[in-house]
Design a protein around this ligand. Structure first.
Ligand code: FA5
Length: 345
């Protein structure tokens, strides 16, 4: 029996052991019921009395030393394992960036709510539409010079015999005649919000932008209703002290036509800020957008008799009203993806 050899071998294996499960196996091999130590003890009976004495002592010492080695190793492996997987519960949690609703989306829901309160219904009409609805039906024949006012993007899809080519709508007015044809019999009170496209890119123009278009058609509708509705809108959206004015203008689809101005949100219509000329408006007024009484030809295109019904419409830019409300000086901020800007809302 080479007890010394066994001791050396066991010691080496325990030292080199790298996992608790391997250590468990070593325990079985040396100290288990059928392990090396018990085998040694069983074989002791074959020795002489003298040999029995020394061997018994040596085997017991070996057993004690292996028990100690195994338990020390178990402690160190357990410690190592818990260090490897240790969680520091005092560390701050991972902060995931918080998103915000885009200012255009916020404005769309605010504007919809303002008009829905006075009985307007929210509609959406095609962003890609026929020339007919974007121009002809709006009293803008193909040959008309006013058509050049909108630098329009035409699609290379086949031309429709009745409705012409397809365009990326340059304004939401394409919804006017579509809404008349849908409703058939007035009254109509529509708010149409959608994307529009014109090839511009400067501090106040983007190639894609949003408009909201109001349309009201009924018997005995006058400019007074138009002014009252616009006055209600600007007071709700910009603040109770905001005033409007209508300036004569020209649109093919309205007669008479106007540009709507509102009192400047910075100087409140005084044109003066801290004794200096207001840098935002210079005049006390800011331009909101176009409006007017619906042209009889447009009512006819919508199969509505202009001798019985009258109406009005307006079309304003969403990016523009937000800029006016908050004094934003560059429209391109909306689409720059700069979170510092977007998180202001
Ligand atoms: C129109 O688009 C008319 N359809 C409005 C209208 C509707 C008049 C109904 C009468 C009756 P205008 O081209 O002025 O009008 O555009 C209206 C508004 O859209 C502008 O005041 C501006 O705020 C916004 N807008 C126009 N082009 C751009 C652009 N490229 N980028 C951002 N906003 C724009």
């Amino acid at each position: 029996m080479d007890i010394l050899r066994l001791q050396k071998e066991a010691q080496k294996k325990i030292e080199e052991c790298r996992s608790l499960s391997d250590l468990g196996q070593l325990h079985t091999v040396y100290l288990g019921k059928n392990g090396e130590i018990n085998t040694l003890l069983q074989n002791i009976k074959n020795l002489s009395l003298e040999e029995k004495k020394t061997a018994g002592k040596q085997i017991n010492e070996l057993k004690q030393s292996l028990t100690l080695l195994l338990s020390d190793k178990k402690i160190s492996l357990t410690e190592k394992q818990s260090n490897d997987t240790k969680i520091d519960v005092t560390l701050p949690g991972k902060q995931f960036p918080r998103g915000t609703v885009h200012p255009i989306t916020i404005a769309i829901s605010e504007i919809s709510a303002i008009f829905e309160k006075i009985g307007f219904i929210r509609m959406s009409y095609p962003e890609v539409d026929y020339e007919y609805f974007a121009f002809e039906a709006l009293n803008m024949p193909a040959t008309h010079a006013a058509r050049d006012d909108f630098e329009t993007t035409f699609l290379s899809t086949p031309e429709n015999k009745k409705f012409g080519r397809m365009v990326l709508t340059p304004h939401t007015s394409n919804g006017q005649v579509r809404e008349m044809l849908r409703v058939k019999n007035p009254p109509i009170r529509m708010i149409n919000i959608g994307k529009c496209y014109r090839p511009n890119w400067d501090p106040t123009h983007t190639p894609m932008f949003h408009q909201f278009e109001g349309l009201c058609v009924d018997k005995d509708i006058t400019i007074a209703h138009l002014k009252g509705t616009l006055d209600y809108f600007v007071k709700e959206y910009f603040g109770a002290d905001t005033k409007i004015r209508l300036r004569p203008h020209h649109f093919q689809f309205t007669e008479p036509s106007f540009e709507v101005d509102i009192t400047c949100t910075a100087c409140k219509g005084t044109a003066v800020v801290n004794g200096n000329k207001c840098k935002i408006c210079k005049s006390g007024w800011l331009e909101l957008g176009g409006t007017g009484m619906t042209h009889p030809n447009v009512l006819r295109a919508g199969k509505i008799d202009p001798n019985i019904y009258s109406g009005w419409a307006f079309g304003f830019g969403i990016e523009r009203v937000i800029m006016m409300k908050y004094g934003i000086d560059d429209i391109r901020n909306y689409y720059s993806g700069d979170l510092r800007f977007l998180q202001l809302f």
